[in-house]
Design a binder for this molecule. Structure first.
Ligand SMILES: *[C@@H]1O[C@H](CO)[C@@H](O)[C@H](O)[C@H]1NC(C)=O
Ligand SMILES: *[C@@H]1O[C@H](CO)[C@@H](O)[C@H](O)[C@H]1NC(C)=O
Ligand SMILES: *[C@@H]1O[C@H](CO)[C@@H](O)[C@H](O)[C@H]1NC(C)=O
Ligand SMILES: [Zn+2]
Length: 483
C-alpha cells in the first residue's frame, strides 16, 4: 500500500510541475506579473508569446506583453492586430488584472476547444500589455492604494496619458488650412513640448512596429467608453464635442464595449460622482449609453488615444472601467464577469468594415493610400482619414454598415476605385483587393489630374520639416523586427 501511495505522490508532484497553477484573482505585483504571463505561455505555447517592449520603465521594470496568435511573433496578411493597454495611470489597476485574467481565459478556452475563441485567435493577433506604468502601481500600492492621485504618474512625475506628441494640434491646423493630409502625422511633428518618457517611447515604438488596427486603453475612476478626439478644436481646456472624421465608427466601437458590459450602458445606474449632487447628473454616463466623446467630457492634450489614431492606422478608445481606481481584491472576480463579454466583443470589432491587399502585376504595394467616401446617404461624404497598406500590402478599414466608394492610390499608378457594401453583424471584414496599373513614363500626374485625396507634391505645407523630425525619426522609427 505504502509503495502505491509513494508512486501516486510522485506522479502528483510530476504533474503539478507540468500542469501550471490556476489563475487567482488578486493584485499581482511587478514580480508576479511576468510569472503569470510565463505560466500562461507554458500552458498554451503554440498560440502565445511573451515579450517586453524596447525599453523598461524609469525604475527599470520591463513592460511585458503577451501575444495571442496562431503564428506568434509574425504578422500575417488578412489578420488584423489588436492591443489592450492597462495601468497607464499607476493607481488605476483594474485593467491590469483584467488583462491577466483575459490572457488566462483565452488560453483555457482555447485548450477546451471553445469554437468562438479558437476562431478569434486564428483570425486575429492580440497583444495585451497589462501594465504600462509599473512604477506608479508600486507607489500607489505602497501608499495604501487609496489616493485619487498618488501613483497616477510615472517615476518622473509625468502623466503618461499627457506625454504623447500632440498631433491633434497639427490635424486641426491642416483642417483649418483645407489641406487634406490626414494620417501618419508623427512625421509632421516639428517640436516636442516635453521630453518623451521611457514608457511613452516604448509604447510609441511598439505602435510603429506592429500594424495595429484596433486598440483600447484601460483606465479607472469612472464608468464610460470614451472615443476621439480627446482634444478640443480650440485646444482650450473646455468641454465641447470634438468629432474625428471617423466619428460614426468610433461611436460604434465605444458602444460595443458599453453595451456588452454588465452595467456601463445601464441608464438606471448611479453616476460615479454622486457626492456632489449638483453635477452628479452631468457625470452619469449611464444616461447617455455609457459612451462619451473625449473632449465633450473634458479636453486633454497629449493623450495616447488621439495619438494612436493620428500617427498609425489603429483606432483607439479609452475605457474607464469603474468608479474605484483601485478596487479591493475581493471585487476583482466580479469585475471580470462584468467586463468579460465586453473585452471579447471589442476584439471582434477588428473584423468590421473591409480589408484587402493592394498590389500590381508583380506583387504587393506598401504604403498605398486607401481612402473612403461614404455613399450611403443622398450626399457622398468623404471620410477624411486615410488608411495605408502595411509590409504585405494589406490594409484594414474599420467601417460601420453602409455603402462606400473605396479608392487605392499610390504614386506612379492610376488610382482604382471600387464600390462596396458593408453588412451588419460582421465577424469577418469584407475582402476588397486592388490591382493598380503603373503609369507609363510619358503619362504624368497632370494628364489625369492630381490625386483626389493625397497631398500633392507642390501643395504648401505649413509644418516645415526641422531637425526635430530627424531626431524623432531616429528615436521612433527604428523598427524592432522582433515585434
Ligand atoms: C502544439 O502543437 C503541436 C504540434 O502541432 C502539438 O503536438 C501540441 O499538442 C500542441 N500543444 C498544445 C498545448 O496545444
Ligand atoms: C520613485 O521611486 C522611488 C523608489 O521606489 C520612490 O521612493 C519615489 O517616491 C518615486 N518617485 C516618484 C515621483 O514617484
Ligand atoms: C455612412 O453614412 C451612413 C448614413 O449617413 C451612416 O449611418 C454611417 O454610419 C456612415 N458611415 C461612416 C463610417 O461614417
Ligand atoms: Zn486614467
Amino acid at each position: 500500500m505504502a509503495y502505491f501511495y509513494i508512486v501516486f505522490l510522485a506522479l502528483l508532484v510530476a504533474c503539478s510541475g507540468l500542469v501550471s497553477s490556476t489563475f487567482v484573482w488578486k493584485h499581482h505585483n511587478n514580480e508576479e506579473l511576468p510569472l503569470v504571463l510565463e505560466e500562461i505561455h507554458e500552458k498554451c505555447p503554440n498560440i502565445t508569446r511573451v515579450y517586453a517592449l524596447t525599453e523598461p520603465s524609469v525604475r527599470n521594470v520591463p513592460l511585458y506583453v503577451i501575444e495571442f496568435s496562431d503564428s506568434p511573433g509574425f504578422h500575417q496578411p488578412y489578420k488584423p492586430e489588436v492591443k489592450y493597454v492597462g495601468n497607464i495611470h499607476g493607481n488605476e489597476v483594474l485593467g491590469r488584472e483584467l488583462l491577466l485574467g483575459l490572457a488566462d481565459y483565452l488560453c483555457e478556452r482555447y485548450l477546451n476547444h471553445d469554437r468562438k475563441i479558437k476562431t478569434l485567435i486564428h483570425t486575429t493577433r492580440i497583444h495585451l500589455l497589462p501594465a504600462m506604468n509599473p512604477d506608479g502601481w508600486q507607489l500607489s500600492t505602497e501608499t495604501g492604494a487609496k489616493d485619487y492621485l498618488i501613483g497616477r504618474n510615472n517615476n518622473h512625475s509625468v502623466d503618461l496619458n499627457r506625454n504623447f506628441p500632440d498631433l491633434d494640434a497639427i490635424t486641426f491646423e491642416l483642417e483649418r488650412q483645407g489641406i487634406n493630409h490626414n494620417n501618419h502625422l508623427l512625421r509632421d511633428v516639428t517640436r516636442l513640448t516635453a521630453p518623451v518618457e521611457p514608457e511613452t517611447r516604448a509604447v510609441i515604438r511598439w505602435m510603429m512596429a506592429i500594424p495595429f488596427v484596433l486598440s483600447a486603453a484601460l483606465h479607472g475612476g469612472d464608468l464610460v467608453a470614451n472615443y476621439p478626439y480627446d482634444e478640443s478644436r480650440s485646444g482650450a481646456p473646455v468641454s465641447e464635442y470634438s468629432a474625428s472624421p471617423d466619428d460614426d465608427t468610433f461611436r460604434d466601437l465605444a458602444m460595443t464595449y458599453a453595451e456588452s458590459h454588465a452595467d456601463m450602458a445601464d441608464p438606471q445606474r448611479q453616476g460615479c460622482r454622486v457626492s456632489n449632487s449638483d453635477d452628479s447628473t452631468s457625470y452619469n454616463f449611464g444616461k447617455q449609453g455609457g459612451v462619451t466623446n473625449g473632449a465633450a467630457w473634458y479636453s486633454l492634450k497629449g493623450g495616447m488615444q488621439d495619438f494612436s489614431y493620428l500617427a498609425t492606422n489603429a483606432f483607439e478608445v479609452t475605457l474607464e472601467l469603474g468608479c474605484k481606481k483601485y478596487p479591493p481584491t475581493e471585487e476583482l472576480e466580479e469585475e471580470w464577469h462584468k467586463n468579460r463579454e465586453a473585452l471579447l466583443a471589442f476584439i471582434w470589432k477588428a473584423h468590421i468594415g473591409i480589408k484587402g491587399i493592394v498590389g500590381d502585376d508583380s506583387g504587393f504595394i506598401k504604403n498605398a493610400i486607401v481612402s473612403v467616401v461614404n455613399i450611403t446617404g443622398p450626399v457622398p461624404r468623404p471620410i477624411r482619414h486615410d488608411i495605408t497598406t502595411g509590409d504585405y500590402g494589406d490594409y484594414y478599414r474599420l467601417l460601420t454598415p453602409g455603402h462606400y466608394e473605396v479608392t487605392a492610390i499610390h504614386p506612379g499608378y492610376f488610382p482604382v476605385s471600387r464600390v462596396v457594401t458593408v453588412p451588419h453583424h460582421q465577424t469577418a471584414a469584407r475582402i476588397l483587393n486592388f490591382k493598380l496599373e503603373p503609369k507609363t513614363s510619358w503619362f504624368d500626374d497632370y494628364t489625369y489630374g492630381s490625386f483626389p485625396y493625397g497631398l500633392h507634391d507642390g501643395q504648401p505645407r505649413i509644418y516645415k520639416r526641422s531637425l526635430y523630425e530627424q531626431v524623432t525619426n531616429m528615436m521612433l522609427e527604428k523598427k524592432d523586427t522582433k515585434h
